[in-house]
Design a protein around this ligand. Structure first.
Ligand code: NDP
Ligand SMILES: N[C@@H](CC=O)C(=O)O
Ligand code: NA
Length: 430
């Protein structure tokens, strides 16, 4: 049995995990593939760095040493970032090498170009780790649920922010401390603003929606709000009202087209996603034939992510060994309109700081009413110096109307501050 030689681009958190799994499960993997899988070369930035894994592979700093090595048949990109990762993947596909990647930035932005190159050069491009870390979601959506029209995808797809919100909720940890902890655990992106700003989740949602809805959905199509404005007060009020705050990624398809959004949301404590804590992710997928399905597991971290990357390597290695390829490549067959978040509807949680004097509540209720925003409940909370904090929950209202109401409130002398405005999802408020 001839060995299948592969190369890794990167040996950071994920690459280290792949090296470990290929070594510790070598026998098992060899049986599944029908040949040993050998890491021949690894591209790194700094070959002198102390690594926490031993490898027989040659560490190289020049990608051409991998590209021009005819023995290397699979390139696993676990470097991250758009440049030069995308160029390396494209070059590898064009050179007839199969590519496995964990890189949602590149898949979300350049997926079409990479798939075209893979198709033209009869190579595979697999990216299971790019969404949901170790959770199988790309393959199930593309293959196992291929018979369905997907109508809705909703989930928690960023491990860093879910870890942060969990620690802030359960242990009242400070935002900066808990972000540092997520970084130390290897969950965060090299630029963690992608995590806390919601962009990492938005890229993942663009990938999921493109596959699920059979139309190209880009990062620009996704409405993105991160968790940077979530205050401990919001988390506390959520708890008092029977909710928990989660960063949700939501993609819906209806007669208007597609709507894709990432934002923090109040979720009822009884909702299944409310129990998804720490670095865990979970994704609901609704199909016309299958109904509701849910995928759950660790969304980030060395070994879970490496599990997905290594499984892709095993799949490609099996295909090489058996001289077959059965992959579904690009599934963006159609063009579908994307409708803006302003047209979406939900109840809202609003936290305001207002002057503490008679008539203020009536004035605020009037401002909401002028924009067709009806209030479900008004909770007058603590005193903050000479002001009062008001917590409001609205009935269902369009995003457009809530923005108009907020603009009116900002112009009112009795309103000193809008503390936060957060959507309420999946709650019976009618
Ligand atoms: N960490 C996680 O939990 C998850 C990560 N991902 C994705 O996996 C990918 C890798 O992430 P992660 O392992 O955390 O990243 P790390 O920052 O830990 O590792 C990056 C690796 O790539 C190497 N590298 C970076 N740039 C270059 C370059 N220009 N030339 C050569 N080598 C380079 C680094 O080399 P050196 O070691 O010498 O510095 C390092 O080994 C990213 O796309 C990320 O989004 C996906 C799911 C989960
Ligand atoms: N930074 C990402 C890593 C996995 O994709 C996350 O926290 O989910
Ligand atoms: Na995955």
């Amino acid at each position: 049995m001839n060995a299948i030689h592969i190369a890794l681009l990167g040996m950071g958190t994920v690459g280290t995990g792949v090296v470990k799994i290929l070594a510790s499960n070598a026998h098992n993997i060899e049986q599944k593939v029908g040949a040993p899988v050998i890491v021949k070369k690894i591209l790194v930035k700094n070959p002198d760095k102390v690594r926490n894994v031993k490898t027989e592979a040659e560490l190289v700093t020049n990608f051409d040493e991998i590209l021009n090595d005819p023995e290397i048949m699979i390139v696993a990109e676990v470097m991250g970032g758009e440049t030069p990762s995308k160029d390396y993947m494209l070059a590898a596909l064009k050179a007839g090498k199969h590519v496995v990647t964990a890189n949602k930035d590149v898949v979300a932005k350049y997926g079409r170009e990479l798939f075209a190159a893979a198709e033209a050069h009869h190579t595979d491009l697999l990216f299971e780790a790019s969404v949901g870390g170790g959770i199988p979601i790309i393959r199930p959506l593309k293959q196992c649920l291929a018979a369905n029209q997907i109508t809705e995808i909703m989930g928690i797809v960023n491990g860093t922010t879910n870890y942060m919100l969990t620690k802030m909720t359960k242990e009242k940890m400070d935002y900066a401390d808990v972000l540092a902890e997520a970084q130390a655990k290897g969950y965060a992106e090299s630029d963690p603003t992608a995590d806390v700003g919601g962009f990492d989740a938005a890229r993942k949602l663009a990938i999921l929606a493109s596959i699920g809805f059979g139309a190209r959905v880009t990062l620009e199509d996704v409405h993105v709000e991160g968790i940077t404005n979530i205050a401990i007060e919001d988390i506390e009020y959520a708890r008092e009202l029977g909710f928990i705050i989660k960063l949700l990624a939501i993609a819906k398809q209806d007669e208007r087209g597609i709507n894709v959004r990432v934002h923090p949301a109040f979720l009822p404590m009884s909702h299944p996603l409310a129990a998804v804590s720490d670095v865990f992710n979970a994704i609901f997928v609704k199909g016309d034939a299958v109904g509701e399905t849910m995928f759950y597991g660790r969304g980030a971290g060395e070994m879970p992510t490496a599990s997905a990357v290594t499984a892709d390597i095993i799949d490609v290695a099996r295909d090489i060994r058996h001289k077959v390829s059965s992959r579904i490549l690009c599934t963006c067959f159609e063009q579908k309109p994307v409708y803006p978040v302003s047209k979406t509807e939900s109840p809202y949680y609003i936290r305001l700081l207002v002057e503490d004097k008679p008539g203020v509540l009536a004035a605020i209720a009037g401002a909401f009413g002028a924009q067709q925003v009806s209030l479900h409940s008004v909770i007058q909370k603590r005193k903050v110096e000479r002001s009062t904090e008001l917590v409001l929950i609205t009935y269902r209202v369009t995003d457009e109307n809530i923005r108009l109401a907020m603009n009116t409130l900002l112009g009112m002398s009795v309103v000193s501050k809008i503390g936060n405005v957060i959507r309420v999802e999946a709650a019976e408020i009618s």
